[in-house]
Design a binder for this molecule. Structure first.
Ligand code: PEP
Ligand code: MG
Length: 557
């Protein structure tokens, strides 16, 4: 056993330690057949295609309902999306064209699915790339239906860790979750629907481990470290004991965090701070509430643009914002206007190739050339504002005149709505992201015009340290704890408070509990984190006594 141990390194998806028996999941990939047994007349094959298409679409509906009841609305959306993919006209055209070209039905479906998946995999946008796995899943299910098979492992006899090239959301949901401890995949992305579902199901998992272990290792013990993305197959006795301890500690931590549910985010010395959530889709509202978040501190509205084939209309946006505000039931909701550009490219914006996209044509800079994009979004936001407590956040502001320009557009939009007799909340606050060194340096000036600040430490770190946040080769230089960043945060808070304005932190730094004492001691008013981190952060806040924090130590490092 000792010499069989192998360690694979992937990307962590969901925290926790899974220990179980290794089992390879073969389903999910539409494996090539030796010949296609589903060959008949073109008419018969087309008719059969439409029959199985209906059956799989109906199955997706059932799965969506099951996901809604068992996990939540956002997971149900995954299967609703699959249903749309099954019924997609492009997929249908490709299958019919394959049949007309003389292929058997299974081959026609497989090739149509591969074509769709390849097209998605080649997309620049990470979200759409992650949908390639969904396309394959959908076609695998069509072929399974053709063969009269089911996907997933509905019965597991022992605590199991699944390994696969990629796992589909349906396979996860249909697996026996009393015995499913975790999973890892050779491919896969941390932003895929499978990853989203894994987090909701709290399944420790890792993706993109590269190569899968040899099949002969099926039945061995395997460990998935969802904190680091490491997978250890056939661990030696010492390693197994170490991970058993780590697992027990992680479980105890989670249980302890649960005891902080419902408590105020108040330090030992009585300082109360707002803890809200970062989300990218309206459906994540459920996760905010489930995790006891105080509202939404950052809604990255660009996801709406990333997911649409064309500019989302005012009506589409209005419905999304309204629903989010309603779901939040009066809790504060900060919606950021679209931050398209840099690492979030959207084809129909036609930005084209740039030498330095992070320093390029992005968010508000695009809107200045095409104000209709901002005005459409502002109209949708103001119209939705009567359904909750909305604030609007503007990204990438570096100069006061830019904010002034946005304020003028906002005024125009409000005047228009008033003239049209459309209701809106006149008290909607207009804040800005502080995510460039320039904005931090003139935060005293910006604080006069902005209603609030939200510090985006992800970009602030990239721009202040001249380290591309996307480049894995220089990841070790990307240090959000750098005193330059912490000094900027302290200065920004001081300048904002001098003008009586609130400051929150919405970058990833906000969930770093080793910095919670510093952030609270310098007077940050709010922290916005991914929903699963709310309770952990609350615990750190409640354990903090600001009078004991040596701010100077953080600023020197
Ligand atoms: C940030 O820059 O810190 C931020 C929150 O925005 P994004 O990560 O979307 O750029
Ligand atoms: Mg940013």
């Amino acid at each position: 056993m000792e010499d069989k141990m192998i360690t694979l390194r992937g990307k962590p998806v969901m925290e926790g330690i899974a220990i179980g028996i290794l089992r390879f999941l073969e389903a999910g990939e539409p494996a090539a057949e030796d010949g296609d047994p589903y060959i008949g007349s073109a008419e018969a094959m087309k008719q059969r295609f439409y029959e199985i298409r209906e059956a799989v679409a109906a199955e997706c509906e059932v799965l969506a309902e099951r996901a809604r009841v068992e996990v939540g609305q956002s997971e149900a959306e995954i299967f609703a999306t699959h249903r749309l993919m099954v019924l997609d006209g492009d997929l249908e055209d490709a299958v019919i064209a394959g049949i007309d070209a003389g292929k058997g039905l299974a081959d026609a479906i497989r090739e149509a699915g591969e074509g769709l998946a390849a097209m998605l995999a080649a997309m620049e946008d990470e979200y759409l790339r992650a949908r390639a796995a969904d396309a394959k899943d959908v076609c695998a299910r069509l072929i399974a239906a053709l063969r009269g098979e089911r996907t997933g492992v509905s019965r597991l006899d022992v605590p199991t860790v699944l390994a696969a090239v990629d796992v589909t959301p349906a396979e996860l949901l249909q697996s026996d979750r009393t015995q499913l401890m975790g999973f890892f995949t050779a491919d896969g992305a941390t932003g895929s629907h499978t990853a989203i579902l894994a987090r909701s199901l709290a399944l420790p998992s890792a993706v993109a481990v590269g190569e899968l272990p040899d099949r002969s290792l099926e039945g061995e013990t395997v460990i998935v470290d969802g904190f680091t993305g490491e997978v250890i197959v056939a661990p030696d006795t010492r390693t197994l004991a170490l991970y058993c301890e780590k697992q027990a500690a992680a479980r105890a931590e989670r249980q302890l965090e649960e005891t902080f549910r419902g408590l105020p985010n108040r330090t030992q010395d009585g300082y109360e701070v707002q803890v809200v959530c970062n989300i990218g889709r309206g459906e994540e509202a459920a996760s905010v509430l489930q995790n006891d978040g105080g509202g939404v501190g950052l809604f990255r509205s660009e996801f709406l643009y990333l997911e649409s084939p064309d500019f989302p209309s005012e009506e589409t946006q209005y419905r999304v914002y309204r629903r989010l505000l309603e779901d939040m039931g009066g809790r504060p909701v900060v919606i950021r206007t679209m931050d398209v550009g840099a690492d979030k490219q959207v084809g129909y914006f036609g930005i084209g190739r740039e030498e330095n996209p992070a320093l390029g044509y992005r968010s508000i800079r695009i809107c200045m050339d095409r104000p209709e994009i901002l005005c459409t979004q502002l109209r949708a936001l103001y119209r939705a504002s009567v359904f909750g407590k909305l604030s609007i956040l503007i990204p990438m502001i570096v100069s006061p005149w830019e904010l002034c320009w946005v304020r003028e557009r906002a005024q125009e939009v409000r005047d228009e709505l008033r003239a049209e007799g459309i209701a809106f909340d006149p008290d909607v606050k207009l804040g800005i992201m502080i995510e460039t060194p320039a904005a931090a340096a003139i935060s005293d000036l910006l604080a006069k015009d902005a209603d609030f600040f939200s510090i985006g430490t992800n970009d602030l770190t990239q721009y202040a340290l001249a380290v591309d946040r996307q480049n894995p080769r220089i990841e070790r230089f990307y240090d959000s704890h750098h005193p330059a960043i912490l000094r900027m945060i302290a200065t920004v808070v001081e300048n904002a408070h001098r003008e009586g304005k609130r400051v929150s932190v919405c970058g990833e730094l906000a969930r770093d509990t080793s910095l919670t004492p510093f952030l609270l001691a310098v007077g940050v008013d709010g922290l916005s984190v991914s929903p699963p981190y709310v309770l952990r952060l609350r615990r750190a806040i409640r354990e903090c006594d600001r009078s004991r924090v040596e701010i100077g130590e953080f600023l020197k490092k």
